[in-house]
Design a protein around this ligand. Sequence first.
Ligand SMILES: [Zn+2]
Ligand SMILES: [Zn+2]
Length: 355
Amino acid sequence: MEMKAWKLDETGKINFYDDVPVPEPEAGEVLIKVNAAGICGSDVPRVYRDGAHNMPLVIGHEFSGQVEKIGANVDKGKLGKRMGIFPLIPCRKCPSCREKKYEMCSNYSYLGSRRDGGFSEYVTVPEWNLIELPEGVTCEQAAMLEPMAVSVHAMRQLPIEKTDSVLVCGAGTIGQLLVMFLLERGMENVYVAGNKDFQKKILLDMGLPEGHFYNIKDGDLHKWVMDKTLGSGVDAYFECVGRNETIADSVELVKAGGQVCLMGNPAGDMSFSKVNYWKILRKQLTLKGTWNSSYLGDDEDAVSDDWHYVMRKLSEGKIHPEKLITHRLRLNELEKGLLIMRDKTEDYVKIMVKF
Ligand SMILES: [Zn+2]
Ligand SMILES: [Zn+2]
């Protein structure tokens, strides 16, 4: 059997094929018929600048679908079920894996960056990586599980209280999803710094109070934050941009004793001025990194992992990530989506490929 698939043949060269052999699931794996796959911001440099770890490769790590076929030693009950997919395949041997902190595995494989991922009609996935979709959760929502889990993982890095003031800097997909989860949690003082008015529209629609979004192009973020916090600065700052200036802002805009969560992938080298370094010391700040998301598979304590947290919120109807989908494309239009994101020719948040 043959299938349609996009392959990153080499850096900068992504090609659409309609005659790729459908892969066979090995023991412990299933064959997924992909239903929806989101384009991640990281796919753009992967395709056009950095390449993937192995090429040719089917990219795409944010996807969901239906179990079409099972390999040996897989629970037969999974056949035909709709699944979300945790894209990281841990080594299970390294120190992080032994503590079940798979997101920090030092020798992992990854669907869509190290082995074939979701921008094809079919893909093989280890059974352990499947998370079944409850009724009412759509495949489109499930294709956003990964970025949602990443934002929940970040949210949980900082111990924050309902009344704390929180600034989310950067209103791309991850920043917006983070705001969605902060609001769902009942946080009363969430502020967002973005750079586009359409971001504000989506956030207000999500429940962000009017006046809590600031377009950094409007001038003085520092003054705005100090006005909102009666001169003290915010309790917590989530940095979702990854630039020097926004990290410098973080140590300025949090109050003494405040917390900063660093999330944005770095745009380049980072450097701190002496003045800002002093602020970390004198204000006794906490700087916390976050990476990826936690997932425990079928383990008993799975309710506490990020993926199951998100799934519970989805099935209870408490979150609506699909509001962030600005474009829906067919599989053969994937490249159009990548180019919109690379060249920023249109406003977008999440671009979704539907099968
Ligand atoms: Zn991603
Ligand atoms: Zn490992």
